[in-house]
Design a protein around this ligand. Structure first.
Ligand code: HSE
Length: 307
């Protein structure tokens, strides 16, 4: 095999109660990446369509991630990466993770698949760290493994794939403003009061239990963020109103997708997820703010080979 084309899906990180550890994979939105073996060793970026991103292999998250893979597993070949970038950087739906994970996944296939999907996360982290200035795998894990994932440790990359309750449908609204993760991390405090920490780990534990037991009511009660959302909410126009309108339209819960500005909601059916999307849209329509809306099943497969 000399060439491979893969679909690299978007993802929602944090999911309210799991800052830097919880995430799930989206279905309808993602990048398309083609990787071609070259005779000359090294990693190059070929074409990039859709977004203006660096072609310098030292500055592009896809090539940086592949370089990290090739350091651990040298190849006599080189690799050219062509990217159809559909996920806007700074959108909060895992743009850099899709590129980094897609590139290492594709190269791994071209070199005979020496690593499992879980093992590839360590290499994709190099790209994610370049993009956000911090090593967190909560977008990479769902992109590579599919479904919901939990990162027990971002250091040792102890990552667990979680079950997805069958009725869950996500709504994601992306207001067309750019919010770089590096900036929305910079406003966070380094310490949290014990009382808030207790609430947060109570919610995270309960959320994970709800995934295993298909307990939608428990899941709904657990989708709370007392630690991060209060700081980041102010970066997103009408965040509180959008969230409230999603819940009023029937969502189980709603919060900031990753580091924003996208806002996500989880609902118990496709029909409710559509209604939630319409309610969210109305808030941004009133502001005259442009947006994209995605209604998505939980993508249990993750990255997939197109050909
Ligand atoms: N957990 C990360 C954050 C996700 O919230 O900063 C964004 O990449």
């Amino acid at each position: 095999m000399n060439q491979i084309k893969v679909f690299c899906p978007g993802s929602v990180a944090n999911v309210s109660c799991g800052f830097d550890v919880l995430g799930f994979c989206l279905e309808p939105v993602g990048d398309i990446m083609s990787v071609t073996k070259t005779v000359t060793p090294g990693v190059t970026i070929g074409t990039i369509s859709g977004q203006d991103l660096p072609k310098d292999p030292e500055k592009n998250v896809a090539s940086v991630a592949v370089k990290s893979l090739l350091e651990a597993h040298p190849s006599e070949y080189g690799f050219r990466i062509d990217i159809e970038k559909k996920i806007k950087p700074g959108s909060g739906i895992g743009s850099s993770a899709a590129s980094a994970a897609g590139a290492v996944f594709a190269v791994n296939e071209l070199i005979g698949r020496p690593y499992s999907r879980n093992e590839l996360i360590q290499f994709a982290m190099a790209g994610e760290t370049l993009a956000s200035g911090a090593a967190h795998a909560d977008n990479l894990a769902p992109v590579l493994l599919g479904g919901f994932t939990l990162v027990r440790s971002n250091k040792s990359l102890d990552i667990i794939k979680l079950p997805s309750p069958p009725k869950l449908v996500a709504t994601v609204i992306h207001p067309k403003i750019e919010l770089k993760t590096i900036h929305s991390r910079a406003i966070l405090k380094n310490t949290i009061p014990l009382e808030k920490a207790v609430q947060q780990w109570g919610n995270l534990g309960a959320f994970i239990s709800a995934l295993y037991t298909n307990d939608y009511e428990l899941l709904s009660r657990s989708m709370k963020d007392k630690v991060i959302e209060p700081y980041r909410a102010m970066l997103i126009p009408r965040f509180e109103e959008v969230k409230a309108s999603a819940i009023q339209a029937g969502a189980l819960g709603s919060g900031i997708s990753g580091s924003g500005p996208s806002i996500f909601a989880l609902s118990k059916s496709n029909e409710i997820a559509e209604q939630v999307g319409n309610a969210m849209k109305k808030q941004f329509d009133d502001l005259g703010l442009e947006y994209d809306v995605y209604i998505s099943n939980i993508n249990n497969e993750g990255i997939k080979i197109l050909h």
